[in-house]
Design a protein around this ligand. Sequence first.
Ligand code: SF4
Ligand code: SF4
Length: 144
Amino acid sequence: MSYLNVEVLKQGINTSNCFECGACSASCPVRRVNSGFNPRRILHALFLGLEKDLIEEGAIWLCAHCYTCQEACPQKIKIPDIIVILKNLAYKALPPQGIRMQRENLNRYGRVYPIDEFDLQKRKKAGLPELLPVSLQAKRLMEA
Ligand code: SF4
Ligand code: SF4
């Protein structure tokens, strides 16, 4: 049994209930705009022990974790949770550069990307409040 299957079983996700109806893929909003992404195919690859291929091909990073597939699934299989496990494994094995950078930014700035003057102007135009540097924001929250 593969490492991923052990992780899935530990979380009480019974993938063997899937009867391949395709409702997950038909409802997925990401699949609607990118035919290369297919939650049913991800589950099928998992049955076949192909998680290494799923991790290497990288499509899992497109999942928006909206849970639409889980809602549509007649068996209520927790596909988004399975994809989270896959992403965690993928990050350890083969972290994509963009995700690595987001993590570094989060550590450094408290946000996945630094807010610059351009972002501030856009926020102002949209009527949103100014974003303070993270350290100042935390200080104000503590004072409140
Ligand atoms: S909707 Fe559920 S049962 Fe149907 S293919 Fe997807 S995971 Fe399997
Ligand atoms: S959780 Fe992921 S796989 Fe499921 S419908 Fe949303 S984007 Fe698609």
